[in-house]
Design a protein around this ligand. Structure first.
Ligand code: H2B
Length: 94
């Protein structure tokens, strides 16, 4: 899970994780909600799954906007764990 992925594996994983794009060695997706309350409720769900996976996002929130970046600092790159968390986050939006 924490083994650094190669370029072809990353392209493959991105294809299976809609909404996420490469951003300077990480994968990133931005989100917009009706207001801060909605955004914060979503962040709580993400925080919960992040803690369960022991894999934590880099994120920036301004009112109703949220930018999430995922990478595995232990591996100094992207791993399957980043895509697992990204897929779990996508499922919250479904
Ligand atoms: N989160 C992320 N995004 N990358 C990591 O390498 C990572 C993490 N490592 N959360 C975990 C915690 C590690 O530091 C602990 C000790 O398990």
């Amino acid at each position: 899970m924490r083994t650094k992925l190669g370029d072809a594996q990353i392209v493959d994983a991105l294809r299976q994780t809609p909404g996420w794009e490469l951003d300077d060695g990480a994968i990133a997706r931005s989100f917009e909600f009706a207001d801060f309350k909605q955004c914060w409720a979503f962040m709580q769900k993400v925080a919960q799954v992040a803690e369960e996976l022991d894999h934590h996002p880099e994120w920036t929130n301004v009112y109703n906007k949220l930018l999430i970046r995922l990478s595995t600092h232990d591996a100094d790159g992207l791993t399957a764990l980043d895509f697992k968390l990204a897929a779990a986050i996508n499922a919250f939006m479904a």
